[in-house]
Structure formats: structure tokens, C-alpha cells
Design a protein around this ligand. Structure first.
Ligand code: F6P
Length: 336
């Protein structure tokens, strides 16, 4: 059996650990052959591929990025490197010409959607959920999330001392696309005083009040953690907008930090390495059992899988009954 493996969408810590998990299990346990596809779905259009051998899998566990490269190529949309052809048809033809019995697609929401549509066309697909945003429906966690939360928490920790020294309000913007998972988890772990996420609306007067009440209680500085996806005036980044509004509301000097791509780079945490390894191995097991059209998932600590048709087009959002929100509110943390 020969499997093709690709990584698509934004990178995150743990992709290489997943590639290692998929390929080592395939080669050593199942005696399969593996073709590495470069630059996500783009490589399936251009047939940019390489043979994956045991040697090419050395040193991957702790390595950030992806050795296969990635792209945001969406074969069911026009544009990209290949034009004037029906891209899904070209992919199906190339998969056959490359002799791939199954494709393992590692990616975020966009990738799951593409994988589901390719599966509908009759291609054998198994996918692995990958994103720092943790917003893929059907799995409790995605690898990459824990690493991003760890980096963001460290950044928030560091803002405490400078905020305290200058008696300022510090606003930090973290990633998460349309979901607030990173802001919620890093905000709580970093002791944020105000945490703003897209799933919960906010009132700027209430935020101002929270900060002024803290001042009255002898706490002259505050940490505000905002998710990039919250509502703004449409022109400014979340951090810039909220910082400006807070300064106006409170009269307290306010500064902003946008953490950006630091959250996605570098080595995965031990948790993400092990999650990636488990997900990778489980993906190969699904391939071996012929259980295709499915995404590997972590549910209640157990490794399982869900149909791609159920995952595609859905988003896993934070809900108000999330325990971190409930406990945070009881402790006086403002969620907007
Ligand atoms: O999905 C991961 C993510 O890092 C989001 O948090 C962020 O909004 C987006 O990707 C950034 O995308 P790009 O890499 O295209 O700038």
C-alpha cells in the first residue's frame, strides 16, 4: 500500500511530529510506502512529491514548521498556481498516476473542508486536525494549541512586570481566527483581568469600570487579553482599538502588544508532541483498516475518529458554560 501525506493551511508546532507519527507507523508497523506531497494541495496539482524514507524522518519530533511545506491552495476555488483546468479532476488524476491508495491530509478547518469534498469525489482520505486556534469541530483538542497557549501565557506573564512598573493597562492580542480558545486559555493561565473573545460580546464601559474598580482597590495596573477576532471599528487591529477605547474610558495610560506569528513558530510542547504522535499513528491505523473519509479526533482523552462530512464547514466555538469562563467570572475576571 502507498499513502500520500500533505500538510496544508497555516503551520503550527507539532506538524513534523505528526508526519513522523504517520510515516514511522506506516513504514515500520504496516510495511507501507509513503509519498510526501509538497506545499499542501498545491503539490497534488503540480506533482511536487518526494519519497519518504526512515532517514527523512530523523529529528522531526521537536522541529517547528513542516518539512513538507504548506500553502493555502484551495482546489475547489479558482486561482492559485494552476489555472485553466478543473483542479479537483486534476488532483484525482494525479493521485492515480502517483499510485496513492490513500491520502493523509494534516490541516485546519479549510483543509478538513477540502478533504471532505475530495472524499465525496471518491478519493480515500484520512485527515488530522491541526491548528493553534483549536476551533475544529469534533475533537476536544488540536495539536499546536497547547504550544500557542504556552507561548502566549509566557508573553502575558512578562507583561505583568512592565505593566506594574508603569501603572499602565497592557492590552495583548493573541491569534485564534474567529474563535477565542487561545485568548481564554492563555488569558486565564496568565492571570488576565479582562479577557475578550469573539463568542462573548463586550461593553467598553463595563471594561473601563472593571479597570477603574481595580485602581480603587489599590491595583493600579491591568492586563487585558484580546482575541484577534473580536469586534472592532473595522479599521484597526483588536489590540489597537481596545487600547484606544480603554485609555479614553479610564484616562489610564494604555499600551498594546500584538503577539502575532511567534505563537505559531518553534518547538511544540511535550503535550503537543505526544498528541501529534498519537494522532499520526491513529491516522495510519485508520488507513490500514480502510476506514477512510474520517478525521482523527481526541474525545475525553481517548483517540477516536469522526466522519469528515460532519466536520466540514463547522466551527468549534467557546461557549458561556465553559468552565474557565464560569470560574473566571466568579473570580471577578471581566469577559466583556
Ligand atoms: O489558523 C491559524 C492562524 O494562525 C490564525 O490564528 C490566524 O488568524 C491565521 O492563521 C493567520 O493566517 P496567515 O498565515 O494566512 O497570515
Amino acid at each position: 500500500m502507498r499513502i500520500g501525506i500533505l500538510t496544508a493551511g497555516g503551520d503550527c508546532p507539532g506538524i513534523n511530529a505528526t508526519i513522523r507519527g504517520v510515516c514511522k507507523t506506516a513504514i515500520h508497523h504496516y510495511g507501507m510506502e509513503v509519498t510526501g506531497i509538497h506545499s499542501g494541495f498545491q503539490g497534488l496539482l503540480t506533482k511536487e512529491v518526494e519519497e519518504v524514507t526512515d532517514e527523512s524522518l530523523s529529528g522531526l519530533l521537536s522541529m517547528g514548521g513542516t518539512i513538507l511545506g504548506t500553502s493555502r491552495e484551495k482546489p475547489f476555488k479558482r486561482g492559485g498556481v494552476v489555472t485553466d483546468v478543473d483542479k479537483p479532476t486534476l488532483i484525482a488524476r494525479n493521485v492515480e498516476e502517483l499510485g496513492l491508495d490513500c491520502l493523509v491530509c494534516i490541516g485546519g478547518n479549510g483543509t478538513q473542508k477540502t478533504a471532505a469534498r475530495l472524499a465525496e469525489m471518491g478519493l480515500n482520505i484520512v485527515s488530522v486536525p491541526k491548528t493553534i486556534d483549536n476551533d475544529i469541530w469534533g475533537t476536544d483538542y488540536c495539536f499546536g494549541f497547547d504550544s500557542a497557549v504556552s507561548i502566549a501565557t509566557d508573553a502575558i506573564d512578562r507583561l505583568h512586570s512592565t505593566a506594574s512598573a508603569h501603572k499602565r493597562v497592557m492590552v495583548i492580542e493573541v491569534m485564534g481566527h474567529k474563535a477565542g480558545w487561545i485568548a481564554l486559555h492563555a488569558g486565564m493561565a496568565g492571570g488576565g483581568d479582562v479577557i475578550l473573545i469573539p463568542e462573548i460580546g463586550y461593553d467598553i464601559h463595563r471594561i473601563g469600570d472593571t479597570i477603574l474598580q481595580r485602581l480603587k482597590r489599590g491595583k493600579p495596573y491591568s492586563i487585558v487579553v484580546v482575541a484577534e477576532g473580536i469586534r472592532t471599528d473595522g479599521r484597526k487591529r483588536a489590540a489597537e482599538y481596545i487600547a484606544q477605547e480603554i485609555e479614553y474610558e479610564t484616562g489610564i495610560e494604555t499600551r498594546e502588544t500584538v503577539l502575532g506569528y511567534i505563537q505559531r513558530g518553534g518547538a511544540p510542547t511535550p503535550y503537543d508532541r505526544n498528541l501529534a504522535t498519537r494522532m499520526g499513528g491513529h491516522a495510519t491505523e485508520l488507513v490500514a483498516r480502510g476506514e477512510t473519509g474520517r478525521m482523527v479526533a481526541l474525545r475525553g482523552g481517548e483517540m477516536t475518529s469522526v466522519p469528515l462530512s460532519e466536520v466540514a464547514g463547522r466551527l468549534k466555538a467557546v461557549t458561556e458554560d465553559n468552565d474557565l469562563v464560569v470560574q473566571g467570572r466568579r473570580m471577578g475576571i471581566c469577559f466583556g
